[in-house]
Design a binder for this molecule. Structure first.
Ligand code: NAD
Length: 261
């Protein structure tokens, strides 16, 4: 369904981004990766994507997306190496938790820069090409925390609410063409980012990781199970494909019922 299309997936050396890159490659898109990790992590991600797509190893950009200049360079590199960028998945993100009175200023700045502003800079850089060709798909990985809040996540919740607002604005500006912009709002997905929170909660409360998972994370998720990376990737694939042209400005939940509560 995506043969002939090209995609840039940010934060795709791990977790949800890697899952989406593999899914888009399997559907026939040529992909460019981005994200941190050891040389081994990056090679492994490249091999997994190549295997999923039955193609050569995809290019990778090590750009730090908390820096707008590096975002612009990465987008120019993607257009050069892929020929053009038809699909942009803004996925890179970080988390930090603390009560607001102790929330470090530098953590606020880092989360807003990566989880919110990076989406703006990448969209701004790649939109002209999409609108000139009158086809494009922008998918922002927001969160259930773009729709509801949780304590001790002030920067993350603010950034993700902002991502949904940005998604809606972009969608309205593009409403009459064939470029769409949508957000995906996952609940807790089994990835390193979420598993780290379980480890931290277990340590903080002196309980087992199993108990922390049950009490703190899945207590919010009515399904009482993790959302799996592949489930999120399939939703992204739909939004990047040819059948979703009338889906625009949506914030689609994939949260085991969390947002229904
Ligand atoms: P992860 O930690 O497994 O992956 C994050 C990716 O972002 C990695 O590839 C990492 O190298 C990259 N990254 C981190 N900082 C970066 C930077 N400054 N510049 C470029 N890349 C950077 O996390 P994940 O759980 O897969 O999360 C991916 C996205 O999904 C995030 O936006 C996160 O907020 C969102 N999300 C995750 C969950 C969850 O439960 N896991 C739920 C809702 C939303």
């Amino acid at each position: 369904t995506l043969s002939g299309r090209t995609a840039l997936v940010t934060g795709s050396t791990s977790g949800i981004g890697l899952g989406i890159a593999k899914m888009l490659a399997a559907a026939g898109a040529r992909v460019m990766l981005n994200g941190f990790g050891s040389a081994d992590d990056i090679t492994t991600a490249q091999r997994e994507v190549a295997k999923a797509g039955n193609t050569a190893e995809p290019p990778h950009s090590a750009a730090d997306l908390s820096d707008p200049a590096q975002i612009r360079d990465m987008c120019a590199e993607a257009e050069q190496r892929l020929g053009q960028v038809d699909i942009l998945v803004n996925n890179a993100g970080i988390q930090f938790t603390s009560p607001i009175a102790e929330f470090p200023d530098n953590k606020w700045d880092a989360i807003i820069a990566l989880n919110l502003s990076a989406n703006f800079h990448a969209i701004k850089a790649l939109l002209p090409g999409m609108t000139a060709r009158n086809w494009g798909r922008i998918v922002n990985i927001a969160s259930i925390h773009g729709i509801v809040a949780s304590p001790e996540k002030v920067a993350y919740v603010a950034a993700k609410h902002g991502v949904i607002g940005m998604t809606r604005t972009v969608a309205l500006e593009l409403a009459q063409g064939q470029v769409t912009c949508n957000a995906i709002c996952p609940g807790f997905v089994r990835t390193p980012l979420a598993e780290k929170q379980v480890t931290a909660l277990a340590a903080k409360h002196g309980i087992t990781e199993e108990a922390a998972l049950k009490d703190f994370l899945l207590a919010r998720q009515p399904s009482k199970r993790w959302v799996e990376v592949e489930e999120v990737a399939r939703m992204a694939l739909y939004l990047c494909g040819p059948d979703s042209g009338s889906v625009n400005g949506a914030a689609l939940s994939i949260d085991g019922g969390w947002s229904a509560a």
